[in-house]
Ligand binder design. Structure first.
Ligand SMILES: N[C@@H](CCC(=O)N[C@@H](CS)C(=O)NCC(=O)O)C(=O)O
Length: 252
């Protein structure tokens, strides 16, 4: 399970560049703390990273970079907007992805990185070709198993996770907008996922959750429900969100 390292200095970035083996795909995610889509991208990337092994030789190395604080690095890679993903191999840029499309990011990473290099080698040997055969592509049961594993991680990406249409600053549906408003009113700290950016998550989560619509609110990896259920919970217990609130309480 790979994890993402936050780069703090130019020197640390140089150190990563020089220490990553030539066969490893270096995945650098540029972000800004104030940009909500970057928070969503961080969730997407940590879920993706967890799908890649950490056994040697590393197939991937994952880092994230504050685009404003480390502006020299941003300039080197022409980062003018965030989120922005740079994929490098052997110090050379092999692909960049601008924007917050989870589908584009996943596709680009999967194109350049092998999830399991041993399996890929085996497939190459038996087929006499160098391209790996992706089991999940040909086996729907395996694809579903992988999707459900990903969803299991995603619903636990933050203690309170909102699966919504659009983003908190630009909801794309009235139900999602209302739930964002409720969370804001109750000062709830939450992670979110824009299901309009990933149709696999949109359709898969309905089955995984046994809940046919969005928004969906998950707390500690358990489904609470949609907008109506959240309203009901709050009307029977006004402190429902208290454990997840970031509101500063007055001391008496
Ligand atoms: N009463 C529902 C309203 C949610 C709803 O009906 N959502 C619809 C329209 S936004 C939906 O997600 N449909 C499935 C889809 O679009 O994939 C609730 O309490 O959350």
């Amino acid at each position: 399970m790979s994890t993402i390292t936050e780069i703090e200095t130019d020197a640390q970035w140089q150190q990563v560049l020089s220490s990553v083996p030539p066969s490893t795909l270096l995945i650098a995610s540029f972000h800004a703390p104030w940009a909500a889509p970057c928070a969503q991208m961080a969730t997407v990337l940590s879920t993706l990273a967890s799908e890649y092994p950490v056994t040697e030789p590393l197939s991937t190395k994952w880092v994230s970079i504050n685009a404003e604080e480390l502006s020299d690095i941003s300039e080197t890679y022409d980062v003018t907007a965030v989120p922005f993903l740079v994929l490098l191999r052997n110090g050379e840029v092999v692909e960049t992805v601008s924007g917050s499309s989870a589908v584009k990011v996943r596709t680009a990473i999967e194109k350049h990185a092998k999830k399991d290099s041993a399996a890929a080698k085996d497939a190459g040997a038996t087929n006499g070709v160098s391209q790996p055969v992706e089991a999940a592509e040909t086996d729907p049961a395996k694809a579903k198993e992988e999707l459900f594993k990903r969803l299991g991680d995603l619903v636990k990406a933050a203690p309170v996770m909102l699966f919504m249409k659009g983003t908190p600053s630009a909801p794309q549906c009235g139900f999602s907008r209302q739930l964002v408003g409720i969370l804001r009113e109750n000062s709830v700290k939450y992670g979110f996922f824009n299901i309009l950016a990933d149709d696999d998550v949109r359709q898969g989560l309905k089955e995984y959750a046994e809940w046919p619509t969005f928004p969906q609110l998950w707390i500690d990896g358990e489904l609470v429900g949609g907008l109506d259920i959240v309203k009901e919970e709050l009307s029977s217990d006004s402190d429902f969100f208290k454990p997840y609130s970031v509101a500063v309480e007055a001391t008496s």
